[in-house]
Design a protein around this ligand. Structure first.
Ligand SMILES: NC(=O)c1ccc[n+]([C@@H]2O[C@H](COP(=O)([O-])OP(=O)(O)OC[C@H]3O[C@@H](n4cnc5c(N)ncnc54)[C@H](OP(=O)(O)O)[C@@H]3O)[C@@H](O)[C@H]2O)c1
Length: 247
């Protein structure tokens, strides 16, 4: 699908990769972008230029009422970008409780599931697509971000099933694999880091090329992905040395 004249909804649009999606979508000629954020005040910087194509939407993806309200208001969406994410960066065993693990699943798994279920009828009508922001950690487990890795693995599995289920209505479903990026979340990971723009550019290029698959976004991700494809056990063994910090 083309981004020019598309109507897009971006979750977690206020900062990081979500915000970069919005800026690039504007450049590529999107007709309207619902910029969704938990706190719409956090969108003020993005909205200050007064671009009338931007429509602020209050949206916590873990809140069923807000998800339903978003699907009712944004009933002209042609591209849904499930970008919002949460990472606690802790171990499965070393974390003091499983509260963060639950929140990671709520935001990274149940969030895209609820959003895609709510928007599937809209996308059937508009002939649109879905982008799910996943991670290279959907494929490889990183002990220092153990429960986040699990939530992103669940997200990849979900993305593949959604793709199959929505194929009948012609909905394109793209999952994005990426390594650490220069954002608040990525700052907790080692350098070098990908630029959010590289992730966004590769993703939107794939969407526009009609991909209905996973996109390996950014040169640094492709380097690791190639190694993983050649020898998954070796890459997992290397990642398994990255243990959570001792308390
Ligand atoms: N950065 C990386 O290294 C990296 C690598 C691969 C994949 N990813 C994935 O890319 C996506 C964006 O990551 P990022 O680096 O831009 O992260 P970020 O800078 O931490 O931003 C996270 C965004 O998600 C929003 N969010 C969190 N919980 C939410 C909820 N319950 N409902 C709605 N929005 C919520 C945040 O909103 P608030 O401002 O309200 O907190 C913020 O807008 C995530 O899915 C992440 O897992 C990131």
């Amino acid at each position: 699908m083309k981004i020019e004249n598309a109507v897009v909804l971006v979750t977690g649009a206020n900062r990081g990769i979500g915000r970069t999606f919005v800026e690039e979508l504007l450049k590529r000629g999107a007709a309207k972008i619902y910029v969704a954020a938990r706190d719409t005040a956090s969108l003020s910087d993005l909205l200050k230029a007064g671009d009338r194509r931007l429509v602020a939407l209050p949206l916590d993806v873990t809140d069923p009422d807000q998800v339903a309200a978003a699907a009712s208001v944004a009933n002209d969406v042609t591209l849904l970008i499930n970008n919002a994410g949460y990472a606690a960066f802790d171990g499965a065993i070393s974390a003091t409780s499983i509260d963060d693990a639950r929140q990671e699943m709520e935001v990274n798994y149940f969030g895209p599931l609820a959003m895609t279920r709510a928007f599937a009828p809209v996308l059937a009508k508009t002939g649109g697509g879905v982008v799910n922001m996943l991670s290279m950690l959907s494929l490889i487990s990183l002990p220092m971000a153990a429960t986040y890795s699990a939530s992103k693995a669940a997200g990849l599995s979900l993305t593949r099933s959604i793709r199959a289920e929505l194929a009948g209505q012609g909905t394109q479903v793209v999952g994005v694999l990426a390594v650490q990026a220069e954002t608040e979340m990525g700052a907790k990971m080692p350098e070098p880091r990908l630029s959010p723009l590289e992730i966004v550019t590769d993703t939107l290029d794939a969407v526009e090329a009609g991909s209905n698959d996973e996109v390996v976004a950014g040169a640094q991700t492709r380097g690791i992905h190639d190694k993983f494809t050649a020898n998954p056990q070796q890459v997992q063994a290397m990642m398994s040395t990255k243990l959570p910090q001792k308390r």
